[in-house]
Design a protein. Sequence first.
Length: 360
Amino acid sequence: MNKKSGDTIHVDCKNPFIFEDVDMKVSDNCCTEGVKLEFEDYAQAVSGECSKDGYIMLMFCQWKATDKCGNVSTFQVIIKVVDNKPPVLSSYPADINLSCNGGVVPAAAQITATDDCDENVSVIFTEEKVEGKCAGSYKIIRKWKAIDHCGNATFHTQTITVGDNTAPVIKPIHPLLVGIHSGDTVTVSCKNPFIFEPTDVSVTDDCNNGDIEVAFEDYAQAVSGNCPKDGYMMLMFCEWKATDKCGNVSTLQIIVKVVDNSAPEFTSKPADMTVDLCKGQVIPTMPTLTATDDCSDVASVKSSETKEGSGCNYTLVRKWVATDSCGNAATHTQHITVIGAQPSITNEVYNNHNVDRTEA
C-alpha cells in the first residue's frame, strides 16, 4: 500500500488484520543487513463513540528501524476501525393482498437482526392501519427498523392490503329469467309483453351486500325482424349492471326475442247447417269473414268452397283461412248439407270467391 508516515488507514471491523515487522521494507545508505526493524503492535488503542466519532477504535502503529551506527527512523500510521455496513434482518415478510371476505391478516413476524460488529442490535417495530376508500377495505403497514451502534440502519416495510377486488354476483329472480346466464336468449310472446325491472335480479357482494347500485337498461338497441324469415318480430338487448362501493362492476346481458306464435281469431264463425230446397229454403251466400291478431294490424283471410257428393243431396264445404304476418294460420270450416237439389252443371262465383259447384 502506498502510504506515508502519519496517514490514516480505514479497516472494516468485520475483517481486522495484524501488522507485522515484515510489512515494512527497510533500506540504508551504508548497510542494510545490519538494520534492526521493530513493530509496536496496536499501541495506544483508543475506543470511539461510533455514532458520534465515526469509528469504533483508533490504533496507533509504529515501525522502528535502527542501523548498526545507532541511527533511528520511524514510520507511523493510524488505524481507524469502522463499521459502515447496516444490520441484516432475520426475515423480510412479503406484501400480502387479502379479500375483505374471509381473508385473515397474519400476525406480525418476530424479526431479529444481526450485525458484523454489534452484538446487541435492537429492532423497532411499528404498525399502522389506513382505511380505504370503500367499506371493508384498508391497509396495514408494518415497518421494522434495525440500527447498530454506528448508526447504520436497515428498514423493511410490509404492506397488507385488505380490499374488495371481486365484482358483485347478479342472480336472476324473475320467473322468466331463472336459470339463465349472461348472453342467453329469452323468448317472449308479443301477446304478453312485459318490462323487466332492476328488482328482477338479486345481487350479492363479498363485502358490500347491503350497498350495491343496480342499474337496468330497458330494452336498449331494439332491432326489428322480418318475422317469416327471421322467426321473430323484434330483438331487444337488456342489461343489468351492478356496481359496489369499491367500483367493481358486473353485468348480466340477455337477448329478448319477441315472437308471434298465436294464430289469428275469427270475429265470427258460421255454424254447420242443413238446407232443404224442397221446403223452399235457400243456400245462403258465402259470407266474408274477418279476423283479428294479437300482433299484426291486418290479418288476411282467404276463402274457398267445394262440393262433396252428387245427385239430389250433397254437401257444400266452405273454408276460411286467416294468416298473420308471421305465418300463423287459423282455419274455419262450415258444412252445408243440401237436400232436394235438381241435377245441374253450373259454374258460379259467390261473393267474389271461386266456387266449384259441378255436379255429375
